[in-house]
Design a protein around this ligand. Sequence first.
Ligand code: CTP
Length: 130
Amino acid sequence: MKRVLTFGTFDLFHVGHLKILKRARALGDYLIVGVSTDALNYSKKQRNPIYNQEHRKEIIQELKFVDETFFEESLALKRQYIIDYKADILVMGDDWKGRFDEFKDICEVVYLSRTASISTTEIIEIVRET
Ligand code: CTP
């Protein structure tokens, strides 16, 4: 039984989110998703996500290939989350390539390619301009 862990904001849920979660689940038997909190997003980007953290987590939790979700409160807790959730594999989008190699001592680290031409930031920009 392989446990897979991944993280993200998943604001304005789109097909790139869907595809990476589906592919992450296919690497193992049980997919756990750390959904970043509004406060964590604010500290990174100085703005809150459009959808609040409860709604973002609820959407992710209801996907048929997601088994468990929790709130990611801090970037500094990644190692602890990997241990607490007994992850065998950490999956990240390749926009993070190499940046999580430090966890290879406790789990496998896999970077998956992103879906081309879509992102939450781009969706927000398109909506703003129209
Ligand atoms: N992701 C993906 N393909 C995309 C967009 C995102 O595979 N086109 C992946 C990211 O690599 C990450 C996960 O989806 O593993 C959650 O990404 P998130 O940052 O929440 O989504 P983005 O659309 O990249 O949001 P933003 O534009 O705000 O960075």
